[in-house]
Design a protein around this ligand. Sequence first.
Ligand code: ATP
Length: 324
Amino acid sequence: IRTIGVMTSGGDSPGMNAAIRAVARACSYYNVKCIGFYRGYQGMIENDYCEMNARSVRNIISAGGTILKSARSEEFKTAEGRKKAAENLKKAEVDAMILIGGDGTFKGGKIFSEEHDIPVIGVPGTIDNDIAGTNFTIGYDTALNTVVDAIDKIRDTASSHDRLFFIEVMGRDAGFIALNSGVGAGAEEILIPEEDLGLDRLLESLKRSKRSGKSSSIVVVCEGDKIGKNVYELADYVTENMPDYDVRVTVLGHMQRGGSPSCFDRTLASRLCVKAVELLLDGEQNVMVGLLNNKIVATDFDNGLKEDHSINKELLRISDILSV
Ligand code: ATP
């Protein structure tokens, strides 16, 4: 392998820059040429790339976002789009690709590699933490800390005004951020897609909290929760049923994806990407790298993408006990 390409795709996450840096530096260390494609698969289709060396990634380890930009590409979902990308890689003499992104990125990478016989390795970069082949994805730890920090601030004002806040956090299909930030910030209730606890139970719990002397409360709601109401409808529902509570809503939104990556995410990105380069040089391909039991290991894409990423439901019980 003489040239390795790298790109970032799907939702951006803090630590993607640390990952790009690690790929470029590991390539330099092993005397391999490194090319960075802009805007994920879309840049591969449009042949939009730059050559990278150890110096072109200076001072980016602490920066949020991704210097290579990220995008979602509808064209890459078509065979024609993937063919264009493959032709461009051949022209640029790219022998293998490192794909930094989430499950969609990995699905696309697997199809691409099978169709065009180009070795790829996936590096899990998403704040969602919803990939089975790793205990942690790059960006998740930073996002958790951002969310906890935001909830702490909302708690200050909730408590000063005796208010009940519904706080919506990211996670279309997975409740990792909601569950862990909820416990970390001491939320009264946490609503996640993996467990529908029902409206009656929510109401009962809030009433119990109020009876026990709590004057303000925080409910963390995952955007993909299955309770059947969005965060605003939930607030209306609770207002109707608990008219004496002053209910407010905060949607944290895209701030959760930004910011300087935590030390954990920087280290994780560095470890995963050095391994990704080394695996390619050892002839390995079509796997994802992940951190399992504190070891960096390669997992088949199919196993890595399994649906049943195990959320720790024990945390719901902990939350219940501690919000007494
Ligand atoms: P995040 O979890 O942060 O949203 P992601 O990688 O899952 O990141 P997606 O938008 O789902 O984000 O996927 C990224 C890109 O991967 C898509 O825009 C598309 O170009 C490509 N992709 C996803 N699924 C497929 C597929 N089945 N076939 C081909 N390409 C795909």
